[in-house]
Design a protein around this ligand. Structure first.
Ligand SMILES: Cc1cc2nc3c(=O)[nH]c(=O)nc-3n(C[C@H](O)[C@H](O)[C@H](O)COP(=O)(O)OP(=O)(O)OC[C@H]3O[C@@H](n4cnc5c(N)ncnc54)[C@H](O)[C@@H]3O)c2cc1C
Length: 404
């Protein structure tokens, strides 16, 4: 018997970053009518590289995003102290063997290009700066600076850290954590271990050097930061004075970097409180707009992709019920927010324990075996991944209820 299906929802997505394009891609796959609005003149992305863990990689597969050859597959993450003490080697290959998917470091530009492959470009309206969003009898209405407007059943805020939709939804703004990253991508002709990511923790800062495909290496240097921060005239001197001598590879990177490479930095770390009480109405949030967090676990992009999976599931379940009202749409949104809240609270909590504050605090970690460290990472990733929902989505995809 054919399942009766509710009319497609008219969905407005604000923001064309990873979260906006992936949710739009999922909702189009599921048969909804989607329009994306981006304030920039084009969707050309910038930034360094992001890490895709098995939880994000599974969602990309469900979205049919071809990641073959994108970025760099990782096999280990080595964590050490600035004095050369090995803390733990995480066996990423073992994690992938158990959880599936892949772990890769991929330039943000490449990820967005892959997300855009096969995505109907006419669904994105650039140069669209929203002046106002108002609730209507049937849903929401976005009003733009040029006097034009768009109406939909639902507004999804995918507008990043300082989200306007977050304000409209009445959620609290992000707060700085007191730390920042100086970061970017560098081309190094000879990267000895292309699958090996390195993280080094010091007494007053930490750093990461993660291969990102070909000769690309993502580097970051984390240091304390406050709103009164005054940028030094030559930031590379400050970075060198804090991190020189930590390892041969670090010194090689420091020798190659210039003040120009540090131009876009620093990126202060922010964290959103994860709200306990549900939101109201036909508005919800995904990605950094919903839950900016420090980049310590490299989960930002993965959490945006998990938002996509759970929100698409909530709305496709709603479509299976033909006789619902807007009230049911609101329940579906609240189910999505509640389902995500527990996992997000856990991830956000871990990222806000600032392990880089003191190398000495981490000394006992050297007693942890590599196999225990790998198991702990795998267990954490599994616990935040919504594996039951993921299996249900896979079933829906193979039954043809939602199109592949
Ligand atoms: C320039 C840039 C560089 C980054 N570099 C890194 C990196 O090197 N490593 C890393 O791990 N993470 C990086 N990130 C963060 C990472 O991309 C995100 O954590 C993750 O992908 C989730 O992104 P998002 O789509 O929720 O938000 P974002 O990537 O911030 O995207 C939000 C989008 O919304 C648009 N927008 C905002 N306000 C409005 C408005 N009022 N109207 C219309 N459009 C609006 C913005 O222009 C942007 O395109 C970067 C983000 C940006 C924006």
């Amino acid at each position: 018997m054919k399942t009766a299906v509710r009319q497609p929802l008219r969905i407005l997505v604000l923001g064309a970053g990873v979260a906006g394009i992936s949710i739009a891609r999922g909702l189009l796959r599921d048969g909804h009518d989607v329009a994306v609005f981006e304030r920039r003149p084009d969707t050309r992305p910038g930034g360094g590289a992001v890490t895709i863990w098995p939880n994000g990689s599974t969602v990309l597969e469900q979205l049919r995003v071809d990641m073959d050859g994108a970025g760099q597959l990782l096999s280990t993450v080595r964590i050490a102290t600035s004095t050369g003490r090995e803390l733990v080697n995480i066996d990423v290959t073992a994690i992938v063997d158990r959880l599936g998917g892949a772990v890769r470091m991929v330039p943000r530009r490449v990820l967005l290009e892959r997300l855009m492959e096969g995505f109907p470009a006419d669904r994105i309206r650039c140069n669209s700066r929203v002046a106002r969003a108002v609730g209507t009898r049937d849903g929401v209405r976005l009003e733009f600076g040029d006097g034009s407007y768009a109406e939909g059943d639902l507004l999804i805020g995918a507008d990043g850290l300082h989200s306007m939709v977050r304000d409209i939804a009445g959620a609290k703004p992000a707060k700085p954590t007191g730390w920042c990253s100086w970061q970017g991508l560098i081309t190094l002709p000879h990267i000895a271990d292309k699958g090996g990511a390195v993280q080094i923790v010091g007494e007053h800062g930490n750093l990461g050097l993660w291969p990102a495909g070909g000769s690309d290496l993502q580097w970051w240097f984390d240091l304390p930061w406050s709103p009164g921060f005054v940028r030094p005239e030559h930031p590379i001197d400050m970075i060198r004075s804090n991190f020189a001598g930590w390892s041969d590879l670090v010194d090689q990177v420091l020798a190659a970097l210039t003040d120009d490479d540090l131009g876009p930095s620093p990126f202060p770390h922010f964290r959103h409180p994860i709200p306990r009480s549900p939101r109201r109405g036909s508005v919800t949030l995904v990605g950094d707009a919903a839950h900016t967090m420090p980049p310590i676990l490299a989960q930002g992009t993965n959490q945006a992709l998990l938002d996509t999976m759970v929100l698409c599931k909530a709305l496709s379940d709603l479509r299976k019920e033909p006789n619902d009202s807007n009230g049911d749409l609101s329940s579906a949104l609240r189910w999505y927010e509640k389902t995500r809240r527990r996992r997000l609270t856990a991830v956000s909590w871990v990222t806000s324990r600032q392990m880089s504050q003191s190398e000495s605090v981490l000394k006992p970690a050297a007693m942890i075996s590599d196999s225990f460290g790998t198991w702990a990472m795998m267990t954490f990733l599994r616990s935040i991944s919504h594996r039951r929902i993921s299996a249900e989505v896979d079933r829906d995809l193979s039954s043809g209820f939602v199109r592949r």
